[in-house]
Design a protein around this ligand. Sequence first.
Ligand code: SF4
Length: 348
Amino acid sequence: MKNILLGMTTAELRKLARDLGEKEFRGKQIADWIYHHGVKEIAEMVNLPAILREKLTENYMVGRSSVLSMSKSKDHTFKLLLGLVDGEKVETVGMLYKDRFSCCVSTQAGCPIGCIFCATGAGGYKRNLTAGEVIDQVLAVQEAAPKDGLTEGNGRVSHVVFMGMGEPLLNYEATLKAVSLINSEMGIGMRNITVSTIGYVPGIYRLAEEHLQLTLAVSLHAGDEMLRKKLVPGMTRYSIREIIKACRDYIKATGRRVTFEYCLLKNLNDGREDAAGLAALLRGLNCHVNLIPYNDFPGNIYERPGKAAVDEFRQVLEEAGINVTQRAQKGAGIQAACGQLRRQHNSR
Ligand code: SF4
């Protein structure tokens, strides 16, 4: 198979141009074609000399995915199922708001963690994605967005969240390279990038050493050890106490507040005592809790809690002085929770 250009930095592309006997500035032109114009073929890079395009085509390809399917919801959220060059499939989501355009990217094809409420986890793990395959999702979402002026910024993605299929910190090098490319090649600010983890403690410590201005989001889903083991069976190596300690150390090292994601499942982790347990765990920590009422879909055994339960959960946390937000339900009707569209496509 040919080498892939997508995922190379401008510096790497400059070196490639030099190695092919061309001036270094040709590397910057290639980067512009890939990351700003979103070309899919080397032949489209029309300001490169024909001889360079020929040399590149011998051993390289751009490496973009193909869109296998797209579903849209009424709230301007849309999801793409992408076919990668080796036939694997991944999902990515675009969310359009008045003031921003957010893209949720996957970092693995499938996921080894197997959270019991997650369609991706149920489908098993296939492989890590490359940095190029991650940034490809941002480009694909940008290209697929409706151009009806809903967002500011000329329809360009302004925020990226690493919260799609897979555990980003188990694919550390590619995740970090993708973060760097999204920042340097696509011009998206570090503070507009969020990397989530299910609580992979060594990854949190490693990320702390990078001193990046991105947001770390830790998916906790339970304040009780036994309950978390049940909900997140693939990350039982690290106790909740160890995860919280890693977050405390992360905050100290980076000066950045940590976000805790908590998926609320009816009658499983949405009780008043669950909220009180979580509040006790997070007391005194520079953090913020994002409550995500479960996005239920036909055929699933778990349910979304009612509004009263969600409000009560939130109130308990707020009374303990914890900053709380509740994620608006986006993407109803388009299998927007991760892995649902891929599962539907595979079963077809
Ligand atoms: S919720 Fe995230 S970590 Fe858990 S199985 Fe799904 S993709 Fe993996």
